[in-house]
Write a protein that binds this ligand. Structure first.
Ligand SMILES: C[S@@+](CC[C@H](N)C(=O)[O-])C[C@H]1O[C@@H](n2cnc3c(N)ncnc32)[C@H](O)[C@@H]1O
Length: 195
């Protein structure tokens, strides 16, 4: 997926004694590519969150962004371009077209769903489908919620994820929260059990 960097000078001219990349080099790069961090934002909209994530984590990771709205995918691409970042928008419902290939392979999963109080069975289905992509052994899942949707923590606990309140802020008449889920409990200072 990632192009091999240009390495023309190695093994030639002033660099004759410099090891020219060979099979071992390419195998090593393939292994590194396989283990590279995968970030996925579901419902990327403008792409600003993924662009921010890409600025923080750096160019070594793959940034996938899904949205059902084709205009959002286009906008995400534009946001990436004007920030000189690489984002990969995909038009799909939630994570549908990424399954099963990315099952268990996503290291950072981000979802800021439309802010509506969602019936718990619907929460159940939507979040579980997304969570299937979450890395088997590590990885973090950041979910924007309103306080009425905090029961999602219990739903996802059944899928083996522990949730905690990461940040909370009043926005007009709504109290928005960022819930952070991981396979094992994070004991980050300032985090607490969501109520
Ligand atoms: C609240 S906006 C968040 C946009 C952006 N992530 C942000 O935080 O600024 C929700 C986004 O989810 C998208 N969306 C809604 N339902 C979706 C679905 N079933 N699958 C993928 N994206 C969806 C919407 O088109 C919208 O862009």
């Amino acid at each position: 997926m990632y192009p091999t960097p240009l390495y023309a000078p190695a093994g030639h001219g002033a660099f004759t004694d410099v090891y020219e990349p060979a099979e071992g080099s390419f195998l090593l790069m393939d292994a590194l590519e396989k283990d590279a961090t995968v970030c996925l934002e579901v419902g990327s909209g403008s792409g600003v969150v993924s662009a921010f994530l890409a600025s923080v984590v750096g160019p070594g990771a793959l940034y996938l962004c899904t949205d059902v709205n084709p205009a959002a995918a286009q906008c995400t691409l534009q946001t990436a371009r004007c920030n000189h970042l690489q984002l990969q928008p995909v038009i799909t419902d939630l994570v549908q077209c990424l399954l099963p290939r990315l099952n268990g392979k996503v290291d950072v999963l981000v979802f800021n769903p439309p802010y509506v109080v969602t019936p718990s069975d619907e929460v159940n289905e939507n979040q579980k489908r997304s969570v299937m992509l979450h890395s088997q052994n590590h990885g973090l899942f950041y979910l924007v919620t309103v306080s009425e949707n905090h029961p999602i923590v219990d739903v996802l606990r059944d899928s083996g994820l522990n949730g905690e309140l990461c940040l909370t802020r009043q926005a007009g008449h709504e109290r928005l929260s960022i819930l952070r889920f991981s396979k094992s409990s994070l004991s980050t200072t300032g985090s607490q059990e969501p109520s």
